[in-house]
Design a protein around this ligand. Sequence first.
Ligand code: ZN
Length: 386
Amino acid sequence: MDLLSDYLLEKILEEGAYPVKNSCMYNVSAEPIRRHVELFGDRVYLLKADDQEFVLRYAACFGQFSILKNALISYRHLPLKLFELADSFRLEQSGEVSGLFRQRRFSMGDLHVLCRDLKSAKQEFLKLYKKAHHSAHDFGWDYVAVVNMCRSFYEQNRDFISDLMQAYRKPMLLYLGVPDDKYYWVINIDLDYIDNLCRPVESVGMQIDIGNAERFGIQFIDEKGERRYPVIIHAALMGSLERWLNNILENAAKKQKQGKLPSLPLWLSPIQVRILPIADRHISKTIEIANKLKGSRARVDIDDRPISLQRKIRDAREEWIPLYAVIGDREVRNDKLAVSIREDEEYKNKQIPLEELIQSIQSKCHNRPFRKSYVSMKLSRRPKFA
Ligand SMILES: [Zn+2]
């Protein structure tokens, strides 16, 4: 989850967005919040404190709009981008909550872009739309695009819709039945991931919003010194991190269906290399190798439990460990490692020097975020979480 949030933050910073952090409780006496509660009261968490009523954050828009409302913004600052990875809460009914797919608390990465007019909003939107598809390719899948808009917007912006189509060169589902003036947005695109059971999983949501700047009092000063309302893009480029992880696991399940070994990308694997000593006399060499790997930014662990080598190998495979190496007398004597590499169909065995293993991990994880391992290096020291 943390690596995914690092990945998302990198994408957002490339866009020149300002990351922000807001409260996750909002006072219901604020007009837009009150209206939301009236409309979706059975889907929000309400709390009482100090004789006032609060709602747990259901989206990041309100918090960011509150910042923007009080900001002094010139046309020179546009497009202005704010981003927040926000814990959000929805009171889903009990039958609707499902694994990582739908939860009552989730981490939503929400980007808002203030643009001077619709023309500039369309340019920014197209860029973000391409970015969302590009990110999906980084993880090995394609989205299906579902576009909602009213017919009049479509008629007046055919070139823009065709640019969106050209960007991806795949069919899009266009729904033109949205009534005029019903929503604050003029176009809404959902990008759906198709899961292992062929169900669409709404994963990315993007909108061009022409109504909220006025409603929230968000303004910028134009070249003539006059106050104007910007057009706002809402973009959840990865949706919620939980759903993104859901898609990663679904993708692994698809692989398994094709008779391949399910796996995670190496840079996302919680443990990248496991070292398996055959006997206690091999442990010191094992620790030496593990420390070298750790020093070279790899997440490594050691299976030092008093169990058979067969059991250790079976566990490493069941835990989808991408690389494991057995250390015995021969490995202690010469400088090569017997590495088993989890590939599509099976583990492939390779005799390689440690340096080569390190280089191969680094090149496979190139340009991807890295975090240190969150668990103790020795398996014998790890509690079992059921
Ligand atoms: Zn929003």
